[in-house]
Design a protein around this ligand. Sequence first.
Ligand code: CUA
Length: 300
Amino acid sequence: MFSGAAASTAKVDSAFFFIVASSGLLLVAVMAVMIVFLIRYNKRKHPRPEAVRESTALEIVWTVIPLLLVMLMFYFGWVDFEYIRNAPKDAMPVDVTARQWSWLFRYPNGKEDGVLRVPLGKPVKLSMTSLDVLHCLFIPAFRIKEDCVPGMKTHMWFNADEPGTYELFCSEYCGLGHSHMRSQVIVMPPADFDRWYGTAEETGAAAQGLKALKTLGCLGCHTLDGTRGVGPSFKGLVGSRQAVVTAGQERTIAVDASYVRQYILDPNQDVVKGYSPIMPKIKMDDQTLESIVAYLESLK
Ligand code: CUA
């Protein structure tokens, strides 16, 4: 995940490699001088210590070389910082909303998704905010990272130059579900991106329900294919029987549409056996709630 060259045009790598290389050279140089001195000036050869006089030339050398090194580090850092902070005017704007514990990406045409899809070779500017606590959006492959702060907008941009799927995650501890606050960036050839971007969203209650599950971040914890997540999978949930713990007492309940409805509105009254009571109360209107229930009923 952290390996390989940057998959974007960000130039942070040059500053990083310069600092690592100069630190490495200094380490080797200091160690070499130390070993030479150990051998040359040991006690057997020099039983009596001698006074060492100052050397102006030496002092100039050891002042000028480090000065040049740090000025070069500053230069590389400054150039890369300028590049990272200033998005090109024609960058595609994408709004990012972070919440405990999911990401939502909203495009200029109103399309929303929990996965960030972007066209290859086009600059994308992310405008970010948070609905609750501090989060931090980190895309290691693109070498960018920025906090998402409640009540304000922060921004960053990138220009992906390698098609593929990359990790995206939260790098600011934000509560119990922090480690699950991860998603993906999918870099698509422009034609594929345009096709996806231009596709109208499906209507119908169940399709709307699936969309709501994505945009509300439910799929960060619940899978649709039966695999275990932070919470139980949604697959086949409606119509199943579940062992739950209610106020410390274990009992078995039959999950039907009305139970699901009630559970979403007031999670953690019953906790499904084997899971933690971490589901947040998520505000939603009745229509959204009904669409989610319709989708879950359809997911056999
Ligand atoms: Cu959001 Cu950690």
